[in-house]
Design a binder for this molecule. Structure first.
Ligand code: ADP
Ligand code: MG
Length: 685
């Protein structure tokens, strides 16, 4: 452990390495909002590509977390370079030349150190020739090939030192990790504009660096230790923000009043009667827990957990109807408009049957919301339409920043009962650490009449077998999905490809069947009517992009073909598969991919896992194993909470700490006291 030392910026557990540029004295946080085109090399096109990675501002780029680092290569003298093992060398350029060989441009620099010299070689980086003037200090990482040293990464100048330990960022096909490195590097001076909200005393106690130094450490890594300290600092900030929102919401809730909804009445009785099935034991337990909460004036805060297809939505509708029967409104909030539409399509027919007015609130359609008893929309839209002041119950789907939502929903001491719904598997112990007094209801088993989905993995050259199976089921009156391969470049191209594929299938494997095509470029109204048609069995097959991933609910659709299944992530495949197996009939999921021996190890492992298990929880665990510890940050669990740096598993200690600090803070005690107001506005923003 290092002794805390005094730095220019105050107490910090860690002394910044000497080469770090000195911090400017006055941060200007508004500079972090600047669009990325203020950076060199970022024009309109690049900015659009970055936007697809979720990067819109300089601050976003600073918070773009590397998911791993290239391992350090051994540091060797030139005379020690034998074999082809990767190594790092340093030296001075003596001469440089450039030549063409077929379609390659080759830049060669003679590099010398005290032990000898070697020709370092770069391919297709013509412009480097001008930078590698004789006398230039270089640090290179690469491999010896015969008499040359083929360079993989490099750094120039006397203080060059980052070439052998480089961050690897979540990247895309058109913005490589290497370009991201360059962009992040040019954004790094803006780290000076990050305001550090952790008081020095607390920072010293937790041995965390200041925020700016933490950012420099994760993007310009010197050692794993150094990087890890930086990451922990940023992780702590995230967890603190999350916990603070929760703690403040808890505090507000102590005074808040929600309507007391008594015991279930006549409407609920009719609802039970209108459903074509009886609730399962697990659903009944969740309902009993809900009823207990709804009777009281303390606003309910309950998490309803259950795998895809386990039957959460009907329970959620139960809660909404409980508000309606007492003259209050219910709201169902989804993360996206597509999902909101799908929820609406599921619940509207039941509401119609019960004589309850439900309305869909989208950016295109706001009609009918005024006198609706149940409103379905995105989180954002429903909060905008804040005149929902007679809200009795709010159901929040797949939105994990609970505290934040809760605070937004509160108004002047009045608060709806809130039911959070999630299919993201969070172990109960972790849920308790995270949410403290949030109660958890779990639907651990799907309806009993469910037959496990039969999953098969079929190589491309035998894909005709998959279509044969599919046609047979269609002839028996079932319906089907065909999921098109992922195309990352753009939603438009993805949509195009899906249309083309649908047309191909209409004339090929699916000739004679009614084929619709669902993708993200359809107008909301068209998408809705397409879904309605499919539900009404006016279409046999939906050829779709991953927009069907969540929420689509057509029990008669019992077979799904996923094309190029090796290109999907495990969590995504599981979500997709959840679209079938929703009724009593045997369902099938047919995963078509390239031949086994053409696949990467992890693609093979993913597909094997899908065949072996239908349990979302088990698959989430397996997903972690396949990705490896190093990629923990990218997991669905952490991602779902908007966490970039913190790992819900690896950072349990930080989570506890953040929780304690947040409690103290919300209670008006502790070290962070003066920050309460500022934090609170920060969190609500
Ligand atoms: P989730 O929202 O958890 O993914 P849903 O609520 O959409 O799951 O339910 C999946 C399917 O199972 C739906 O078609 C729903 O009508 C059906 N279902 C729900 N509960 C039962 C039940 N108790 N018995 C039979 N089918 C059910
Ligand atoms: Mg559902």
């Amino acid at each position: 452990m290092e002794t805390p030392i005094r730095t220019a910026a105050g107490f910090s557990g860690v002394a910044p390495p000497e080469h770090w540029p000195p911090s400017r004295s006055t941060p200007r946080p508004e500079r972090l909002e600047r669009a990325l085109d203020v950076l060199p090399g970022v024009g309109v096109t690049v900015a659009q590509r970055l936007a697809k990675l979720g990067l819109g501002s300089v601050g976003d780029l600073l918070r773009h977390a590397p998911f791993r680092y290239e391992p350090a290569a051994p540091e060797l003298e030139i005379a020690e370079l034998f074999g082809e093992e990767e190594a790092a060398i340093s030296g001075v350029v003596r001469s440089v030349r450039k030549r063409r060989a077929r379609r390659l441009t080759i830049v060669t620099a003679r590099v010398e150190d005290e032990s000898g010299h070697i020709d370092a070689v770069w391919f297709n980086q013509e412009w480097l020739a001008d930078k590698l003037q004789p006398g230039t200090h270089v640090r290179l990482r690469g491999q010896r090939r015969r008499d040359d040293f083929v360079v993989k990464s490099y750094d120039l100048g006397e203080t060059a030192q980052t070439a052998d330990f480089a961050p690897v960022y979540p990247a895309s096909e058109d913005v490589t990790t290497k370009r991201l490195r360059a962009f992040v590097e040019s954004a790094l001076p803006y780290a000076d504009d990050v305001r550090d909200l952790l008081p020095a005393v607390l920072r010293a106690r937790l041995e965390l660096p200041i925020a700016r130094d933490a950012l420099v450490a994760i993007h310009r890594p010197l050692s794993e230790q150094d990087t890890e300290r930086g990451r922990r600092r940023l992780a702590f900030d995230e967890l603190l923000e999350l916990q603070l929102a929760l703690a403040l919401a808890r505090r507000d809730r102590e005074d808040a009043k929600a309507p007391e909804l008594g015991a279930p009445g006549e409407l609920i009785e009719r609802y039970r009667g209108a459903l074509p099935f009886a609730f399962t034991e697990h659903q009944e337990r969740a309902i009993a827990e809900l009823d207990h909460d709804l009777k009281r004036s303390t606003p309910m805060q309950r998490l309803l957990q259950g795998d895809v297809g386990s039957g959460k939505t009907v329970v959620a509708l139960y809660a909404l109807l409980r508000a309606v029967e007492h003259g209050y409104r219910g709201a169902l909030m989804a993360p996206t408009e597509t999902l909101a539409e799908q929820h609406f399509l599921t619940i509207d027919p039941i509401c119609v049957a019960l004589g309850v007015r439900a309305a869909l609130l989208t950016s295109h359609a706001k009609a009918g919301v005024g006198d609706a008893q149940i409103v379905v929309g995105t989180h954002a839209l429903i909060q905008e339409g804040a005149e929902l002041d007679d809200l009795g119950v709010a159901v929040v789907d797949e939105q994990h920043r609970f505290g934040v939502e809760q605070r937004k929903a509160l108004s002047e001491g009045r608060s709806p009962h809130v039911l959070h719904m999630t299919a993201t598997p969070i172990p109960r112990t972790l849920a308790l650490t995270l949410y403290g007094d949030l109660s958890v209801s779990e639907i651990a088993k799907p309806p009993a009449n469910r037959k496990p989905i039969v999953t098969r993995w079929i190589p491309q050259e035998r894909s005709s077998e998959a279509y044969t199976r599919l046609r047979r089921l269609l002839e028996e009156g079932r319906q089907a999905y065909v999921v098109c391969p992922v195309i990352e470049e753009s939603e438009t191209r993805q949509a195009k490809a899906a249309e083309v594929e649908a047309e191909r299938l209409r004339h090929g494997e699916l000739r004679g069947f009614r084929v619709g095509c669902l993708h993200g470029r359809l107008k909301p109204a068209d998408r809705r009517s397409l879904m309605a048609q499919f539900k009404a069995r006016e279409l046999d097959v939906l050829v779709a992009t991953t927009v069907i991933e969540v929420g689509v609910d057509v029990p008669n659709a019992t077979v799904m073909i996923v094309q190029e299944a090796d290109r999907f992530g495990l969590a995504q495949l599981h979500q997709l598969r959840g679209r079938v197996g929703r009724g009593g009939e045997q369902s099938y999921c047919l995963l078509v991919s390239r031949a086994k021996d053409e696949l990467t190890d992890s693609a093979r492992a993913r597909l094997e896992a899908m065949v072996a298990s239908t349990d979302g929880f088990e698959l989430a665990e397996r997903d972690l194993e396949i990705r490896g510890e190093g990629e923990l940050l990218g997991t669905r669990q952490s991602g779902a909470f908007g966490l970039r740096f913190a790992s819900l598993r690896g950072d349990r200690d930080l989570l506890e700490l953040a929780r304690r600090e947040a409690e103290a803070l919300a209670g008006g005690e502790g070290l962070l006291q003066d920050e309460v107001a500022r934090r609170a506005t920060l969190v609500a923003a």
